[in-house]
Design a protein around this ligand. Structure first.
Ligand code: 5GP
Ligand code: MG
Length: 183
């Protein structure tokens, strides 16, 4: 398996859209005194969140959550928490930062847990959205790009832990392994 020769979303488009999202998010939190907590879903969203946070004009706090979903013959996408945020979340404005919404089960489980934490507000931001795959209703207030049902890699997204460090988003294609930057 290998990255497509041409990116689906190149690094310039990512940079421009991240700047727009930062402005959009900044405007929606401008009325609050306290900075929002960007709650990043590890590992995939780490690259996006780092760029997003740096593009924000006002202060933000960073925290992280890590979950794992199991898809077995008997289980239908059970999600377990591997790492909980360290911040006290009660009374805070929390923005979940995700890399991609696919079936929506991962984000759904995180939202369901956060809804028990007495937050001041909860919003969801995802870089990528594949709405055609959704199995659970879920609304993201901030969406970077809506994409078709293709498996994508790069800019944090992996295939078997590889390709996260590609600077652009590529479609995963069949063929011999190689780096998208080799020509
Ligand atoms: P969910 O189906 O719960 O919405 O998404 C679960 C996880 O599947 C995502 O957070 C992401 O890690 C992974 N995933 C879904 N679609 C893709 C994709 O196109 N590429 C990659 N690399 N991971 C994906
Ligand atoms: Mg993810």
């Amino acid at each position: 398996m290998r990255p497509s020769d041409t990116p689906l979303i190149d690094s310039g488009a990512l940079r421009r859209r991240v700047a727009e999202l930062a402005a959009e998010i900044g405007a929606s939190y401008a009325r609050y005194e306290e900075p929002p907590i960007l709650l990043t879903v590890l590992k995939g969203a780490a690259f996006f969140a780092a760029d997003l946070a740096r593009a924000m004009a006002r202060p933000v706090e960073m925290d992280f959550v890590r979950v794992q979903s199991y898809e077995g013959a008997s289980s239908t996408g059970t999600v377990t928490f591997l790492h909980y945020p360290e911040s006290a979340l009660r009374g805070r404005h929390v923005l979940i930062v995700e890399d991609i919404l696919d079936t929506g089960r991962t984000a759904r489980a995180i939202v369901d847990w956060l809804q028990t934490q007495e937050l001041a507000s909860l919003r969801l931001c995802t870089l990528l959205d594949k709405p055609s795959r959704r199995l659970t209703p879920l609304h993201a207030e901030h969406v970077g790009f809506t994409i078709p049902n293709q498996f994508v890699i790069g800019y944090g997204l992996d295939y078997d832990e590889r390709y996260r460090n590609l600077p652009a988003i590529h479609v995963l294609e069949s063929g011999p392994d190689r780096d998208a930057r080799d020509t």
